[in-house]
Design a protein around this ligand. Structure first.
Ligand SMILES: [Zn+2]
Length: 271
C-alpha cells in the first residue's frame, strides 16, 4: 500500500527551486524524479491555498478566501477523508493547519503537540512563529515518520516565506534558503524512499521581489511539483503544467480512498 509525504514549502517559487535545489535537480536530471510546474490557484495567499491544496477546491468554493478567516474547514478534505477511512495522518506544520483541520482557534499549549486518533490530523507538531527554524520542523516530521509510519504526512516549513518576505525574493537570503532546504531534505528524502514513501515537494504560492504575494503575476503563483517515488523511477523535467486542485485527489487515489465529488480535478498519473 502506498504512503505519501507532501512537503509544502511555503512560498517556494518554481524558478528558485529549479535553479537552487541541487539534490532534487539531480533526481530530476537522472530521471529518478519528475518535475512539473504548477500555475497556482488564486489568491496567492497562504491560508486560502492550504485549504485549496487539501480540499481540491478553488477559494471561492471552499470559502477560505483570506488569511483572516479563522475556522475549521467546512469541505471534504484529505485529512478527514483519510482519518474516516482508517488511515493514519500526521503533520509538522504552521498552526493554521491545526485551525483548518483540528480545532479553531489554535491554543498554543494544548494544540502544539497532538496525538489523538479522533482528530483529522492525528499526530500534529505545530509552530506559530514564522522564523521557526526549518531544520527543527524537519526533525519533527522525520520523527513522526519513524515513530508512527503515518499513511500521510504533511511537512510544511515557513523558511522560504520568511526569508522572501524579509529580504525580497531577489535576494541572496531567499535563494540561499532554497539551497539550505534542499540540503536538509536530501538525506530525509533518501530515508523516506527506503521506507516506501512517495514524496511530493511543492509550494502554496510564490513571492515577488518586493517580498509580496497575493497577486496574479507568475513569480507570485508559479511553484514546482516534484514527484519522488520509492521505485526510483521518474520522468525528469516534464514541461507539464498541472493544477493545485489535482494534489488532493492524487493523494487520496494513491492511498486507495474514495475521492469526494467536490474534488473535480483528475488525479495525476505518476507513470
Ligand atoms: Zn504561504
Amino acid at each position: 500500500m502506498n504512503k505519501v509525504i507532501l512537503v509544502l514549502s511555503d512560498a517556494l517559487r518554481y524558478d528558485v527551486a529549479k535553479n537552487n535545489m541541487g539534490f532534487l535537480g539531480h533526481l530530476v536530471e537522472t530521471k529518478q524524479a519528475s518535475l512539473h510546474k504548477i500555475v497556482g490557484e488564486l489568491p496567492s495567499m497562504s491560508r486560502p491555498m492550504y485549504e485549496t491544496i487539501h480540499t481540491g477546491m478553488p477559494s471561492s468554493e471552499h470559502g477560505i478566501v483570506a488569511n483572516s478567516i479563522v475556522r475549521l474547514s467546512a469541505k471534504p478534505n484529505v485529512f478527514q477523508a483519510l482519518k474516516n477511512a482508517g488511515k493514519t495522518t500526521a503533520a509538522a506544520a504552521y498552526y493554521w493547519y491545526s485551525e483548518l483541520y483540528n480545532r479553531a482557534p489554535y491554543h498554543p499549549v494544548d494544540d502544539k503537540e497532538t496525538d489523538d486518533e479522533r482528530l483529522n490530523i492525528q499526530h500534529g507538531r505545530f509552530y506559530t512563529e514564522d522564523e521557526y527554524p526549518d531544520v527543527e520542523l524537519f526533525a519533527s516530521a522525520a520523527h513522526l515518520i519513524r515513530k508512527f509510519s503515518p499513511d500521510y504526512l504533511l511537512l510544511h516549513p515557513m523558511g522560504m516565506d520568511y526569508h522572501g518576505e524579509t529580504f525580497g525574493a531577489d535576494s541572496k537570503e531567499y535563494r540561499n534558503h532554497a539551497i539550505y532546504q534542499d540540503s536538509k531534505l536530501a538525506p530525509l528524502i533518501m530515508e523516506w524512499k527506503e521506507r516506501g514513501y512517495i514524496v511530493f515537494v511543492t509550494g502554496d504560492h510564490g513571492i515577488n521581489a518586493d517580498g509580496g504575494h497575493g497577486g496574479t503575476m507568475p513569480e507570485q503563483r508559479t511553484v514546482p511539483f516534484f514527484v519522488i517515488q520509492p521505485s526510483g523511477r521518474g520522468r525528469g523535467e516534464t514541461g507539464e503544467v498541472i493544477s493545485h486542485l489535482q494534489i488532493a485527489p492524487t493523494i487520496l487515489k494513491l492511498l486507495n480512498v474514495p475521492i469526494p465529488e467536490s474534488m473535480k480535478y483528475p488525479p495525476l498519473s505518476l507513470d
